[in-house]
Design a protein. Structure first.
Length: 374
């Protein structure tokens, strides 16, 4: 961009010099500043370790050259104002607008230096030739400004989309974030009230997950959470929506699904979670307790819906964990499905005494229903 702008500006300067008494030194300066300087500035910036600081120095030199051009144009108002205005506008596009004061001082120094050297007489009115020579510079700068603005708008739009995606996805587990999932659950409950859909909800709690962190470390715990999130996603259907509800709790919204079908989804999730293995710790086992609740017209908020599924989860934990229970209103459903006793989350032989004491406290904590504000 510097090369095109300087070349267009040099055209205006040479048009002005063509109407003056020939001076080879002034012509040489105009040609070097318009044609050679942009390439010198590029080499200077590209060969420096700190290219940004080098470009700041180049910007100061640009201001000095623009200042020198104004006396060469005999202080003609129209070309002088155009050149200075375009130079100022370039501060925005190059990101050097905070150095206006230094650049302005360098421009004034260029004006003073060339005024003393050339001793030109001011000619306020630009000739027709000089006015026509302004057209390429104005055209080049207008095209660049339009292109730069369009590129900036596209970059901002792309970044906004990326931010929206990042706001929806939990970065560790790759399921939806709690806030975004809650919005989907609110919409599903509203559609259930209107009779458009019959939806069900799963609350998944990883059994004794605190022991995993205490025994193997939080790094392994994060790896397990990542595997759990991927496993849950792979077990769901195309219209199901999984979200991270808490630290080791997940919620799944089953669209157009009654309790029995939701229990089938929960069973598939539980079976696949039991298959998770960590290469460095093959003895580690994962199990989950799952509560299932179908939406009801009695639920006036997502909070009540979650409390129903949380109540079923409480019963699954109280029954020995590693189970699937439905909400109390559907307790006669055949969905109370225990798992074999050998697939517990953590073998007792690998739990430390400290972890065992923490587990006991964790059991008492997790047996209480979770209440979350809608």
């Amino acid at each position: 961009m510097r090369a095109s702008n300087m070349a267009a500006g040099g055209l205006v300067v040479t048009a002005s010099l063509a109407e003056q008494v020939p001076d080879m030194a002034l012509w040489a300066f105009a040609l070097i500043s318009a044609l050679a300087w942009p390439h010198i500035a590029y080499l200077h910036a590209s060969r420096k370790k700190d290219s940004y600081r080098a470009e700041q120095a180049n910007g100061l030199m640009d201001g000095f050259i623009v200042g020198c051009w104004i006396p060469l144009m005999q202080f003609s108002l129209l070309p002088s104002i155009c050149v200075v205005a375009i130079s100022v506008a370039d501060r925005f596009y190059t990101g050097l607008r905070k150095r206006w004061i230094k650049t302005g001082c360098m421009t004034l120094m260029g004006i003073a230096f060339m005024s003393v050297y050339s001793s030109v007489q001011p000619q306020w009115n630009a000739s027709l030739l000089v006015q026509f020579s302004l057209l390429p510079m104005i055209l080049v700068h207008s095209v660049f400004a339009a292109w730069s603005s369009r590129r900036m708008v596209r970059a901002l739009a792309k970044q906004n989309v990326q931010l929206q995606v990042l706001g929806r996805i939990d970065p560790l587990t790759t399921v939806y974030s709690r806030e975004y999932w809650w919005q989907k659950a609110r919409t599903a409950l509203r559609q259930h009230h209107s009779g458009a859909e019959i939806n069900s909800l799963l609350i998944i709690d990883i059994d004794h997950f605190k022991q995993v962190n205490d025994t193997y470390g939080h790094t392994v715990g994060d790896e397990v959470l990542q595997s759990i999130g991927l496993t849950i996603r792979h077990c769901l259907r195309s219209n199901d929506i999984a979200g991270r509800y808490g630290g080791d709790e997940f919620a799944v919204l089953c669209r157009n699904t009654r309790t029995d079908d939701a229990c089938a989804v929960a069973l598939r999730v539980r079976d696949q979670l039991a298959m998770i293995r960590v290469r460095e710790h093959p003895q580690l086992r994962i199990s989950a307790s799952i509560g299932v609740a179908e939406a009801s017209t009695e639920f006036t908020s997502v909070k009540q819906w979650i409390e129903a599924a949380d109540s079923a989860l409480y019963d699954a934990k109280a029954a020995g964990r590693d189970r699937i229970h439905t909400e109390p209103a559907r307790r006669n459903s055949p969905a109370t499905i225990p798992m074999p006793a050998e697939s517990t989350a953590l073998p007792p032989s690998h739990a430390t005494p400290h972890a065992a004491r923490e587990s006991a406290g964790d059991d008492q904590r997790t047996l209480r229903p979770t209440h979350v504000a809608d």
